[in-house]
Design a protein around this ligand. Structure first.
Ligand SMILES: Nc1nc2c(c(=O)[nH]1)N[C@H]1C(S)=C(S)[C@@H](COP(=O)(O)O)O[C@H]1N2
Ligand SMILES: [Mo]
Length: 164
């Protein structure tokens, strides 16, 4: 689906220095590894996934930090306007990253390759596949599933599946 010579990923909205990477530039960023469980809202879980990629904190640092008003993010996928929203605090948790590999292999297209967001502490639908951009916002803005009844936060431990 995504030609790597055309691939771009950007951090925009309420950051000090909006920034955009092509594939080659993105590959040159420092890497993080995270071992985490993945919880789908339809009740399956996949335990002990090894994700490798660029931490969300690293991305924000490269964008010169967030502006004081930034409180939410909207993640945009390459799949035609697909979005999902999450609070800034969850996005910046220390195990959140834009993953390029899963269990030692490059991410497959089916699972969101070449790059996807992974936020282990929220339900899997917040982990945007085929990531194209992260937009920082002052106000929460419902994404695709959230407009269709899914929860604005989506904490699996609180079973925040619908509404809210
Ligand atoms: N861009 C994008 N990301 C997405 C989705 C989507 O439709 N588009 N679906 C979400 C949902 S509902 C789930 S459960 C997970 C599934 O990830 P997987 O296919 O790797 O299991 O991706 C999430 N990320
Ligand atoms: Mo899902």
């Amino acid at each position: 689906m995504i030609d790597l010579t055309q691939w771009k990923f950007e951090v925009r909205g309420l950051v000090n220095r909006p920034i955009r990477w092509n594939w080659e530039e993105f590959l040159a960023l420092p890497r993080a590894k995270v071992l985490a469980d993945f919880h789908c809202v339809t009740r399956w879980s996949r335990l002990d996934n090894l994700w490798e990629g660029v931490s969300t904190r690293e991305l924000v640092e490269r964008a010169g930090g967030v502006r004081p008003e930034a409180s939410y993010v909207l993640a945009h996928g390459y799949d035609q306007g697909w979005t999902t929203n999450l609070p800034l605090g969850d996005f910046l948790s220390d195990d959140a990253l834009v993953a390029l590999a899963h269990d030692g292999q490059p991410l497959t297209l089916e699972h969101g390759g070449p790059a996807r967001l992974i936020v282990p502490q929220l339900y899997a639908w917040k982990s945007a596949k085929w990531i194209a951009a992260i937009e920082f916002l002052a106000q929460d803005r419902a994404g695709f599933w959230e407009r269709n009844g899914y929860h604005m936060h989506g904490d699996p431990w609180k079973e925040e599946r619908f509404g809210g």
